[in-house]
Design a binder for this molecule. Structure first.
Ligand SMILES: [Fe+2]
Length: 270
């Protein structure tokens, strides 16, 4: 099974890049299933019902989340109950939605997807992602050997520790959140593909998606500054993982890093 994972899709530019490039990339690379992180799709913070539907229409089969899964205020989050949108599994269980799912391809093959969030330099009160991960794998393993994990975390050490901890139990651990693609993709000894961060799909003339002026101002003044999403430049970041259907082990992991400046205009509704 050939899986495309799309790194954090950021705002209007990220959506326009997917609209213009995702379907041709899927065709060119012979992709069977496409997973992407959508927690920044609404102006850089959060996701809405409209945008969830839009990402599905552009070609994503499963959409994962992170620390911004619930960042859009006063919104209807009932879409989080749909099977192919995830929020981190280690949030307190009373939150809407779920942290794992199984997606069935047209040919009947199945992939399990797990979404987790790190605690180091993030929300330290979350449940242990390591325990949550092994429990989720045990559950999904009953149905499929192919399992992909989006570990949304800040610290590279925490992401690597989780990947090594579950090496051989899942097909891939893909780090997200930092918006900077790392060059350390590899297959661990027992067959789990790993990259510390898949990167960002969004405006690259930016500081991790936001206009530089506001971010610099915050560092200089040490006061609250409202960041604005950048509308300049563009790149599509991600990884392609080829997984052996019988064993569930990764055969290869390849980075995708394309510079794409989408045509002008807006992808309208947030
Ligand atoms: Fe994040």
């Amino acid at each position: 099974m050939k899986i495309l994972f799309v790194g954090d899709i950021f705002g209007n530019v990220g959506r326009r890049i997917l609209a213009s490039r995702l379907s041709s990339l899927i065709a060119e690379k012979g992709i069977d299933v496409c997973v992407g992180n959508g927690e920044n799709v609404s102006g850089g913070r959060g996701m809405t019902k409209n945008l969830f539907r839009k990402l599905r229409k552009y070609g994503l089969n499963v959409i994962t989340g992170g620390n911004h899964s619930f960042s859009v205020s006063d919104k209807d989050y009932s879409f989080m109950g749909e099977p192919h949108v995830l929020r981190p599994m280690n949030y307190p269980p009373k939150n809407l939605g779920h942290g794992s799912t199984i997606f069935t391809l047209k040919d009947g093959r199945e992939i399990g997807v797990i979404n987790l969030m790190g605690r180091t330099f993030m929300h330290e009160s979350l449940d242990c992602p390591f325990r949550a991960c092994t429990e989720a794998i045990d559950e999904l393993k009953e149905k499929t050997k192919i399992i992909l994990i989006d570990f949304h975390a800040e610290a590279s050490s925490e992401k690597a520790a989780l990947a090594w901890h579950i090496d051989g139990l899942a097909s891939a651990v893909i780090g997200t959140h930092t918006h900077v693609q790392t060059a350390d993709e590899r297959i661990l000894p027992k067959g789990t593909a790993f990259i510390t961060d898949a990167g960002m799909t969004g405006p690259d003339i930016s500081i991790i998606g936001m206009k530089p002026e506001g971010v610099i101002k915050k560092y200089l003044l040490q006061t609250y500054v409202r960041f604005e999403p950048s509308e300049e430049g563009g790149m599509l970041n991600g990884v392609i993982i080829d997984v052996d259907d019988d064993s569930g082990k990764a055969v290869s992991i390849t980075r995708v890093f394309e510079k794409i400046t989408p045509a002008g205009g807006s992808d309208d509704d947030e």
